[in-house]
Design a protein around this ligand. Structure first.
Ligand code: NZQ
Ligand code: ZN
Length: 389
């Protein structure tokens, strides 16, 4: 096993009616920025619950954080935080709102010229403390220090990590997910599935505990995911999916093992250039990447096939290859597209995507073996392009 450090200070408050805990959690906070997205919380009763909980506080509202949170929008909130001397940010929404608020929190305390530098690798030295009410389980942002920010003027979408970005607390009430549109339910199954595979489908390193933890999340998503699409108000089903999504990217399963974030890196560029949802890009790229990297991932693909899909063939190659096919079939069974051509992305654009991925990574090759460069990305995109048969 590889050496590792584990640090995760996020307090999770999980369950029905837990938004009511906010007054206790915010006891010592005075000036609060209540930040949210495009208004879904006004339709499902969450907004009213938050307003009620904040009734005795000095509250400043900031709405309109978009899907794939936009730097220019977030900078307006940074100005508001500075002007009003905000001492706590309450992010209410999915990954985009939470990520956006992580950026606002660090940017409001950034002493140098341009807070975009934080996204490009400058260290955040201080941040306004942050709390979350999660409304869309998918990204794991509620329990990690990552944030992914977009800047549309330069077609950029990039992630950054800061130890100052961990929320102080996150409230996870599965019943607030009943109002999710089907597309977001599907996204919320695929994103954590891929987070797990990127920490699990690499090469063997004698890490049976992390392997079994990863398999448990994958199996639960395969069992519970399809039910969530059929049964919109099944509390226990939504609770199981919500906890899977948090566990998939809160740091635990990736400790001590190699990781491969190539699917995400390629996916971010597709979102930046063509506007696909984050999880839509992953459903397209992961199966193609697994095919392309078959020789390097074969041993783990066999474990995946046996332990997650219960495959039992004499041939290990057949198990590994069937596991890749089953992964794509699973995504399709949820209703996701798995090919770039299904999104009408012109084949001639593939070269441009591959080039942009390498520009964003500053030439650093991707994958657990650091072997995926521009040519390999192009080959993966070419596998992901033809229609599904
Ligand atoms: O904006 P509102 O009106 O709230 O509507 C949102 C949005 O339109 C809606 N929604 C959220 N909760 C709802 C709801 N609609 C009805 N009922 C509810 N309860 O869902 C839409 C999508 O929301 P968004 O927050 O964009 O989705 P998601 O949680 O999938 O977040 C995606 C973003 O997170 C980043 C992605 O790149 C993308 O920018 N990621 C962040 C990560 C992290 N911080 O660790 C890791 C991930 O890999 C990912 O990259
Ligand atoms: Zn993701």
């Amino acid at each position: 096993m590889l050496n590792f450090e584990l640090f995760n200070p996020v307090k999770i408050i999980f369950g029905k009616d837990t938004i009511g805990n906010l007054p206790t959690l915010l006891q010592n906070k005075e000036k609060i920025l209540f930040a949210y997205g495009g208004g879904s919380i006004k339709k499902n009763g969450v907004y009213e619950q938050i307003k009620q909980a904040l009734i005795h506080k000095d509250v400043y509202e900031f709405s309109g954080i978009e899907v794939n949170p936009e730097y220019e929008t977030l900078m307006k909130a940074v100005e508001l935080c500075k002007k009003c001397k905000i001492d706590f940010i309450l992010a209410v929404g999915g990954g985009s709102v939470i990520d956006g608020c992580k950026f606002i929190a660090s940017a409001a305390k950034y002493k140098k010229n341009d807070p975009w530098e934080l996204v490009m690798g400058a260290q955040s030295e201080k941040a306004i403390p942050l709390g979350c009410v999660l409304t869309l389980p998918a990204t794991g942002s509620e329990m990690n220090g990552f944030s992914v920010i977009s800047r549309r003027s330069v077609n950029a979408k990039k992630g950054f990590f800061s130890a100052h970005s961990y929320p102080e607390f996150s409230i996870l009430d599965p019943s607030v997910t009943f109002s999710l549109p089907e597309r977001q339910v599907i996204n919320g199954i695929i994103d954590p599935f891929v987070h797990v595979t990127e920490q699990y489908l690499t090469y063997k390193i004698n890490s049976p505990l992390q392997n079994r933890q990863s398999e448990a999340i994958l199996k639960t998503l395969i069992e519970e995911g399809p039910k969530a699409i059929k049964r919109k108000e099944d509390y226990n089903n939504r609770a199981n999916i919500m906890w899977c999504a948090t566990q998939a990217l809160n740091g635990t399963i990736g400790k001590g093992v190699p990781q491969d974030w190539a699917t995400h890196e390629i996916g971010h560029e597709i979102t930046a250039l063509f506007g696909l949802d984050h999880a839509q890009t992953l459903a397209v790229i992961l199966p193609a990447l697994l095919q392309h990297e078959y020789d390097y991932k074969k041993e783990k693909l066999v474990e995946f096939g046996k332990n997650v899909f219960s495959l039992d063939y004499n041939s290990e190659a057949k198990i590994a290859k069937t596991a890749i096919n089953k992964t794509e079939k699973f995504f399709r069974s949820l209703g996701a597209k798995t090919r770039l051509s299904e999104y009408k992305i012109p084949k001639k654009e593939l070269k441009h995507i591959a080039k942009k991925v390498m520009e964003t990574s500053k030439g650093v090759k991707l994958g657990e073996n650091s072997r995926i460069g521009e040519n390999e990305i192009l080959e993966i995109l070419e596998i992901a392009w033809p229609s599904y048969k």
